[in-house]
Design a protein around this ligand. Structure first.
Ligand code: NAD
Length: 467
C-alpha cells in the first residue's frame, strides 16, 4: 500500500509530463488525456489503498447445521504471474489500472502495451521511483506475435483488453494450455433518449460520449436511439453540438478532440461513412477531412445492413436511430452482438431502472454517459462479444485471486457419521434428519435434533476391522 500511495503521489506531481507523452503518442486532446487518463488512474489507486486490504482479507462464511462443529473461511491468494496485454487508446490508464489491480492481489505482472502507443519507459520509471522492484512488474514491448509468445510461456492468467478479433485468437491459444483468460473487448454501445429527457443535456452528453478521445473508447456512444416525438429536435441540437467542437492536433487546453491515433482505424471509419452514404444515409455536417483530421459527423436514415450498424466504429461517427416506445428500443439495443455498456436518458426513474436492467450489457449509466468506468468501485466488463470477466472494484480484485476455501474441523478424534461403514441404522437416521431439518416448526426441529444425536452416537462407533 505504501508503494501505491507513492505511485499516486508521483503521478499527481508528474501529470503534465505524463499528459505530454500521452498526447505525443495518441494525438488525443490535452483535456482528454488529463481527465480520462490521470484522474481515472488516481481515483483507482486511491480506491485500492483504501479498500483492497479489506476486500482481500480472510473472510469467515456460513457453515450449515449438517456440518455442525466445523468452521469455514475463504482466503484470497495470488494466482502467480499475470500477463496483461493492452490496447492503444488509453495507454496510461490501461497500463496502471490492470497492473496495480493484479499487483495488489499479490501477483507479479508481465505487461505488454500496444505497439502503437507503448509509452516506452514511462510506466517503468514511475513504478521504479515508487519503490517497485523490477521483477514485480516486467515490461515486454512489441506487436501481437510477442503477446502470443508470452501466452505460450503459460502465465497463471492472461488479462487482455483489445479487439474482439484478437480476443478470439487469444482464447484459442490459451485453451489447450488451460491458461485462464479474461477478455475486455469492443462494444457498440447504445445511448437511449426518451422524450422526457432533458434534451439539451442529452445532446451535449451524446456529443461527448461519442467523440471524447475522438470516438476511440471502448465505451463510446456508438448509436443513439431517440424517441420519435423528439427526434428532429434532438438531431438539430446534436448537430449544433458537433459543429461547435474544436478539433485540432494543437497540444493546448482549448481543444476538444484531437486526431485519430492510428491510420488503420481512420480507414475503418472512412469505409463505414462511404458504405452508409452509398446506401442512402444522411450525413451532417458533410463528411470531410481537414488535413490529417477526421471530422465528426452525425449519420441517420440508416438501414440495418450498413457496416456502421453492425461493426464497432471506434471513431467520430454518431449514428442516430428513431424509436417508437420502450419495448421497441430494448429490442433494437439488444439485437447488437456486443454488450459492453449503455446509457438511458429519461426523467422517469422507474423507466430508467427498468430499461437499465433490460439491456443485455455489462454497464449502464442513467442520465450520464460512459460514467460507470469513472467509479473505481464498480466492476467493469462486458458480455456477449464484448468479452467476459470483471475487473476493478471488489469483484475485479477477485478475478486476480485464487479464491481458496478452507474448512476446519475441530473434532479431530471422531469418525464422521457419513463415513464408512454405511448401515441401515445410519441410513434411517439420515433420512429422518432430512425429513425434519428441511421442514418447519418446533416439532420438526426436535425430531431433527434427535436424528442428529442418533447419528452422533453412530459416528462414535469404532470402525469395523476386516477379518
Ligand atoms: P488489438 O486487439 O488489435 O490489440 C490489443 C493488444 O493485443 C495489443 O497490445 C496487441 O499487440 C496485442 N495482440 C494482437 N494480437 C495478439 C495475439 N495474437 N496474441 C497476443 N496479443 C496480441 O486492439 P487495439 O486495436 O489495440 O484496441 C482497440 C480495441 O480495443 C477496440 O476494439 C476497443 O473497443 C477495445 N478496447 C476494449 C476495452 C475494454 O475495456 N473492453 C478498452 C479499450 C479498448
Amino acid at each position: 500500500m505504501r508503494r501505491l500511495a507513492k505511485l499516486r503521489d508521483l503521478i499527481r506531481d508528474r501529470r503534465e509530463a505524463i499528459v505530454d507523452r500521452v498526447i505525443r503518442e495518441t494525438r488525443k486532446s490535452r483535456t482528454d488525456a488529463l481527465v480520462s487518463e490521470i484522474i481515472g488512474v488516481l481515483d483507482h489507486l486511491t480506491y485500492l489503498e483504501k479498500f483492497a486490504p479489506r476486500i482481500l482479507a480472510d473472510r469467515r462464511v456460513h457453515t450449515p447445521l449438517t456440518l455442525m462443529g466445523k468452521k469455514s473461511k475463504v482466503v484470497f491468494e495470488p494466482l502467480g504471474v499475470v500477463l496483461v496485454i493492452s490496447p492503444w487508446n488509453y495507454p496510461f490508464y490501461q497500463a496502471i489500472v490492470p497492473i496495480t489491480s493484479a499487483f495488489v492481489a499479490g501477483n507479479s505482472v508481465v505487461y505488454k502495451p500496444s505497439e502503437h502507443t507503448p509509452l516506452q519507459g514511462l510506466v517503468e520509471q514511475l513504478l521504479q521511483d515508487a519503490g517497485f522492484r523490477a521483477s514485480w512488474v516486467q515490461f515486454v514491448y512489441g506487436a501481437g506475435e510477442i503477446g502470443a509468445s508470452l501466452i505460450s510461456e503459460r502465465p497463471d492468467k492472461v488479462f487482455f483488453t483489445g479487439s474482439t478479433a484478437t480476443g478470439r485468437k487469444i482464447l484459442a491459444q490459451a485453451a489447450p494450455l488451460l491458461v485462464p483468460v479474461e477478455i475486455e473487448l469492443g462494444g457498440k454501445d447504445p445511448m437511449i433518449v426518451f422524450e422526457d429527457a432533458n434534451l439539451d443535456r442529452a445532446a451535449a452528453g451524446a456529443a461527448w460520449g461519442a467523440l471524447t478521445n475522438t470516438g476511440q473508447s471502448c465505451t463510446s456512444v456508438e448509436v443513439v436511439y431517440v424517441q420519435e416525438t423528439v427526434y428532429d429536435r434532438f438531431r438539430e441540437l446534436l448537430i449544433g453540438e458537433v459543429k461547435a467542437i474544436r478539433q485540432s492536433t494543437d497540444t493546448g487546453p482549448d481543444v476538444d478532440i484531437g486526431g485519430m491515433t492510428v491510420e488503420f482505424q481512420a480507414e475503418i471509419v472512412r469505409k463505414q461513412v462511404l458504405d452508409a452514404k452509398s446506401l442512402g444515409a444522411r450525413i451532417e455536417p458533410a463528411a470531410e477531412e481537414s488535413g490529417s483530421l477526421l471530422r465528426p459527423v452525425v449519420v441517420d436514415n440508416l438501414t440495418p445492413t450498413m457496416k456502421l450498424m453492425n461493426e464497432e466504429t471506434f471513431g467520430p461517427l454518431i449514428p442516430l436511430v428513431e424509436f417508437r416506445d420502450e419495448q421497441e428500443v430494448i429490442e433494437k439495443a439488444n439485437a447488437s452482438p456486443y454488450g459492453l455498456s449503455a446509457s438511458v436518458w429519461t426523467n422517469d426513474p422507474a423507466r430508467a431502472d427498468r430499461v437499465a436492467r433490460a439491456i443485455v450489457t455489462g454497464n449502464v449509466s442513467i442520465n450520464n454517459v460512459m460514467l460507470t468506468e469513472g467509479n473505481p468501485a464498480l466492476p467493469f466488463g462486458g458480455i456477449k462479444q464484448s468479452g467476459f470477466g470483471r475487473y476493478k472494484g471488489e469483484f475485479g480484485l477477485y478475478s486476480f485471486s485464487n479464491i481458496k476455501s478452507i474448512l476446519v474441523d475441530k473434532n479431530a478424534g471422531k469418525i464422521e457419521a457419513n463415513w464408512f461403514p454405511y448401515t441401515a441404522a445410519k441410513y434411517d437416521a439420515f433420512s429422518r434428519l432430512i425429513a425434519n431439518l428441511y421442514s418447519r416448526g418446533p416439532l420438526a426441529f426436535i425430531r431433527f435434533a434427535l436424528a442428529g444425536m442418533k447419528l452422533e452416537s453412530l459416528a462414535k462407533r469404532p470402525r469395523r476391522r476386516a477379518g
